[in-house]
Design a protein around this ligand. Sequence first.
Ligand code: ZN
Length: 155
Amino acid sequence: MGRWFWVKVVGNFLNLSTVAGLVVGVIGRARFSRGPRGLVFANGYKVKFPMAGAFTIGNVVLSKHEQAYFDDEALVRHEERHSWQYFCLIGLPLWPLYVVGVVISWVLTGDPASRNPFERLANLKDGGYVERPIQSFGQTLAQTFSVLRSRPKEP
Ligand SMILES: [Zn+2]
């Protein structure tokens, strides 16, 4: 990759996605540190949404976990690929497109990542995802309702 990451550092700053990532990190009371290749790590993120081990906004990789979580180089590469997706889509237009990807993936497989083009391009396995087979929509609906039913009630 050489020095190309500097193009992305500048691009994601100008398209405001990195700025959005920093604001979200501040709101989530995360601790910031420097990651590799121009990435910014934001650990100890305190907001419950989104429900992921790690997620990326611009060049900022956020996680509710401690910094040791990013010792997983495959995971960092996965999140870094998402940061290139922000660059390619000129920032936050990624969000609505990502949601479309989640819906397509859920309809086809009952899983939000397996057929989501953004997660596939970032490498499912590096992101810790298991590829689910395509299934009938009836099966997906039955699966979703059983998950909703089995969810414990909040006190
Ligand atoms: Zn991902």
